[in-house]
Ligand binder design. Structure first.
Ligand SMILES: [Zn+2]
Length: 299
C-alpha cells in the first residue's frame, strides 16, 4: 500500500492515507520535527522522558491528534516499554481500570507538586511492548528512537496493533507473538493483515557486539545468512527489518501486505528522525493507530 508523506497543520508525518479513506483506520508515523527541517525549538518529541517538560509532550500529543483530525475524548494509550515481548489487549476492562490514569497524565503541568504526581503516575502505567485493540475511538501508540515501531491492522475486522521492537524484542519474537494473538484470539485472517514498519535503525548503522550477533544466529539459524553480516574489519551488522519480515512471513503474512515506512533513523538526511545511537539523548517518534468511530463501509 502506498505510504504518503503528509505535511499538515505544520506537522510532517507518514501515513498510508488510503487506509483512512477505505477502512476508517488511521495509521501514523511521526518524525522528529513539526516543520520540514529539524530545529531544536520545533522538536516533535512524543515521549514523557526526563529531558522534556510533560506539558510540552502533552501539547505535541494533542497536535498529533489534531493534525490527523482525530477528535476523541479518550487519552492516547501507551505502555511503559520494557524491551520485552508482552502484548496488552486494550479492551473495556483495560479502559475501566486505567483510563483515568492516562487522563490525569495529560493534565500534568510544570508545577513542582505536579512533577511528583507525574512521576507517580508514570510508574503506575502498565508495562508492555505491544498493544492490540478492536475498540473504535481509542488511539494506541508506541515510541522509538532507533527501535522498530510497527503498526498492524486487520482491514476486514477493523482491529489495530502497535508494537515496539528493539533488538531484544526482535530476538524475543514479539512480532510473531502479536500476529499469532491476532490470528488465534481475534480470528484475523493472514490476508487481511497489513504490516507497516516505521523509521528505525537499519543494517547500515546497526553494528553490534559478537555475543548478540551469536544470539541472533542461534535464534534464526535457518535464515540468518541473509540478515547478518561480518565486515572485513571484524564489525558485526544485523538487518532487523529483514528478520521482522521473516517473522511475519512465517506467520503466513503476504509480502504485498508489508510496507516499510521511512529511512534509517541514524543516517537519514536532514536529521528527520530521532536517533538514540546518533544523538545519545533523544526524543522519541511515535507510531499511532486509531479506529474511527463513525466510519461505515461505503459498499
Ligand atoms: Zn543508517
Amino acid at each position: 500500500m502506498e505510504i504518503n508523506e503528509v505535511y499538515k497543520n505544520k506537522t510532517l508525518y507518514f501515513s498510508p492515507i488510503g487506509l483512512q479513506e477505505k477502512y476508517g483506520l488511521n495509521l501514523i508515523f511521526t518524525t522528529a520535527t513539526k516543520g520540514q527541517i529539524k530545529e531544536k525549538s520545533d522538536d516533535f518529541n512524543l515521549s514523557f522522558n526526563d529531558e522534556y517538560k510533560p506539558s510540552e509532550v502533552t501539547k505535541n500529543r494533542k497536535l498529533l491528534l489534531h493534525s490527523n483530525e482525530i477528535k476523541t475524548e479518550n487519552p492516547i494509550i501507551f505502555l511503559r516499554q520494557r524491551h520485552g515481548s508482552k502484548i496488552i489487549i486494550i479492551d473495556e476492562n483495560f479502559m475501566f481500570k486505567f483510563k483515568e490514569l492516562y487522563l490525569e497524565l495529560d493534565m500534568i503541568s510544570c508545577a513542582k507538586n505536579d512533577i511528583r504526581k507525574f512521576i507517580k503516575i508514570k510508574e503506575s502505567l502498565p508495562e508492555g511492548d505491544g498493544l492490540i485493540t478492536a475498540l473504535p475511538d481509542i488511539p494506541i501508540m508506541v515510541l522509538g528512537a532507533d527501535c522498530n515501531i510497527i503498526l498492524i491492522c486487520d482491514i476486514k475486522q477493523r482491529i489495530i496493533a502497535a508494537v515496539h521492537a528493539g533488538w531484544r524484542g526482535v530476538l524475543d519474537n514479539i512480532l510473531s507473538y502479536c500476529l499469532n494473538m491476532l490470528i488465534d484470539k481475534f480470528g484475523s485472517r493472514q490476508k487481511d493483515l497489513m504490516i507497516f514498519f516505521g523509521p528505525s535503525i537499519r543494517k547500515c548503522c546497526f553494528e553490534i557486539g559478537s555475543e548478540i550477533y551469536k544470539d541472533f544466529k542461534t535464534e534464526f539459524e535457518e535464515t540468518f545468512d541473509e540478515y547478518g553480516e561480518i565486515c572485513n574489519d571484524g564489525k558485526y551488522f544485523i538487518d532487523l527489518i529483514g528478520i521482522l519480515k521473516y517473522q511475519a512471513f512465517k506467520t503466513g503474512i503476504f509480502d504485498k501486505n508489508i510496507s516499510v515506512v521511512g529511512d534509517c533513523t541514524c543516517c537519514s538526511d536532514n536529521s528527520l528522525f530521532f536517533s538514540y545511537r546518533k544523538d545519545k539523548k533523544a526524543g522519541r517518534q511515535a507510531a499511532l493507530a486509531y479506529i474511527s468511530q463513525k466510519f461505515q463501509y461505503s459498499n
